[in-house]
Design a protein around this ligand. Structure first.
Ligand code: FAD
Ligand code: NAD
Length: 402
């Protein structure tokens, strides 16, 4: 049998782990594996709210891709994928030559969804990558530095976070902690800083048990975070956010506006005409794109319906990791002419950090908060690092769970 060429695009949770699994399970001489990613590092997206606020350094969430791959089995190309030519079975890169494939794995992740809200794209920032998180951190620091030299201006130093889902609440908690440090550094009284979390729905952390939501809100309110619940961002202009609560309109002057109001799949997927919903391919049970025997999608690039409620499973790292194992297994099965296995999501729950030393969660159906939740959160991160690079990577990038 001639050597097959497997190309993986995007080295996020889904793409990176599929690559690592493939290099473990593909028998020698069976296939050539090529991983293409726009950066030379893999990053832990689930910790970007911390780098965005400045409570964690960039290096702690980045892992050199070359340190995770075996160069005898995997070729890494640092480039931006700009097109997928399905008929020619090749991907088009921004800088390099087209790369042909026998099998393609799409793991391009998510982009912020702005729902056509006027001015949002232009005048707010989103937590999307290490680079955008760094941009947010710098804007926060610049805003403090500017305020420190003109403290008598009419409005307080104001940060508006739009969207009170998991990302919004986790970010706001880090931001509140960081503001304390920056206030101390710049000798600004904390009362002169406003951190506002705007949530359109009837409460933050939709779908989470009310007792845990109350716990998080109480903790954050005591740190000065203001919640504007049932209030939607309607428009953003430079330094201003228009809000609506029912018929009531309001405008807030803001130094930095951070949008955490939702995500969608990658624009490239829609452009390449896959059967998709907002950039997420409606994959078959075995993770293949409809109509293609040799194209798989994982992570936020894949859309899988939860038959119990008729809604898509949420785009999470938890599912991206589970999909990676099945995707690698199915590619090997396909090469060997064996039957493919279905992906069966196993929702183990979720944990949200509330700053550096607190968290809430529902794990295996049990509600947890405080120290046990912090412990669990860190164990989840460490477990992922173990899958990727074994104990050495856990020791290097992991966190002590207590
Ligand atoms: P990503 O992790 O987004 O990776 C995509 C990769 O593709 C990136 O490396 C990117 O650079 C690369 N790429 C994109 N486009 C191109 C291109 N055109 N060419 C080349 N390379 C490209 N989920 C959880 O389960 N638990 C959590 O605690 C959690 N916390 C989160 C916290 C935050 C702040 C955020 C924003 C999300 C969180 N999520 C969490 C959701 C989770 O991070 C995503 O579901 C997960 O990252 C999806 O993995 P992925 O592999 O699909 O994509
Ligand atoms: P989300 O879609 O889950 O939440 C967005 C929130 O923004 C919603 O509550 C929505 O009502 C609100 N919103 C939308 N439009 C608005 C508007 N105009 N004005 C004000 N509020 C508005 O998005 P997310 O929080 O970025 O999460 C994305 C995915 O990542 C989800 O699947 C989530 O589960 C996952 N995630 C998980 C964790 C974790 O497990 N700890 C952390 C972060 C993200």
């Amino acid at each position: 049998m001639s050597k097959r060429k497997i190309v993986i695009i995007g080295a996020g949770y889904g793409g990176m782990l599929t690559t690592v699994q493939l290099q473990k399970i593909i028998p020698e001489g069976t296939a050539e594996i090529v991983l293409i990613n726009r950066n030379q590092y893999h990053y832990l997206t689930t910790l970007l709210h911390e780098t965005a606020a400045g409570t964690r350094e960039d290096e702690k969430v980045c892992i050199d891709i070359r340190s995770l791959i075996d160069p005898r089995k995997v070729t890494f190309i640092e480039d931006n994928v700009i097109d997928i030519e399905k008929e020619k079975q090749q991907v088009i890169l921004q800088n390099g030559e087209p790369i042909s494939y026998d099998y393609l794995v799409i793991g391009l992740g998510f982009e912020p969804a702005t729902f056509g809200i006027p001015g949002l794209k232009e005048h707010s920032l989103s937590i999307r990558s290490v680079k955008t998180a760094r941009e947010i951190r710098l804007k926060i620091e610049e805003a403090f530095a500017r305020y420190a030299v003109q403290p008598n201006r009419e409005h307080p130093l104001t940060f508006v976070v739009g969207g009170g889902g998991f990302t919004g609440v986790e970010f706001v908690a880090e931001l509140a902690e960081r503001c304390y440090d920056l206030c101390e550094f710049h000798k600004i009284p904390y009362e002169q800083v406003r951190v506002i979390c705007v949530e359109a729905g009837p409460g933050v952390l939709p779908g989470f048990p009310p007792a845990l939501v109350e716990y998080a809100m109480k903790s954050l309110s005591s740190q000065g975070v203001e919640f504007r619940i049932g209030t939607a961002i309607k428009e953003v202009t430079p330094g201003r956010v228009k809000l609506a609560k029912g018929d009531q309109m309001d405008e807030v002057i803001a130094d930095v506006i951070i949008w955490t109001g939702g995500v969608q799949g990658c624009e490239l997927i829609g452009r390449c005409d896959f059967d998709n919903l907002r950039g997420r391919i409606k994959v078959e049970k075995d993770l293949r794109a409809p109509g293609f025997n040799n194209i798989f999608a994982v992570g936020d690039s894949a859309l899988i319906m939860d038959e119990a409620n008729g809604r898509p499973y949420p785009p999470t790292a938890q599912f991206a990791v589970q999909e990676a194992f099945v995707c690698a297994k199915n590619i090997l099965a396909s090469i060997q002419g064996q039957p493919l296995v279905p992906f069966v999501p196993d929702n183990k729950g979720s944990v949200a950090s509330i700053g550096q030393h607190d968290a809430i969660g529902v794990v295996f159906g049990k509600q947890i908060q405080g120290v046990p939740a912090v412990f669990m959160n860190r164990m989840i991160d460490n477990r992922y690092l173990f899958f990727l690079g074994g104990l050495p990577l856990v020791m290097k990038k992991g966190r002590i769970p207590f």
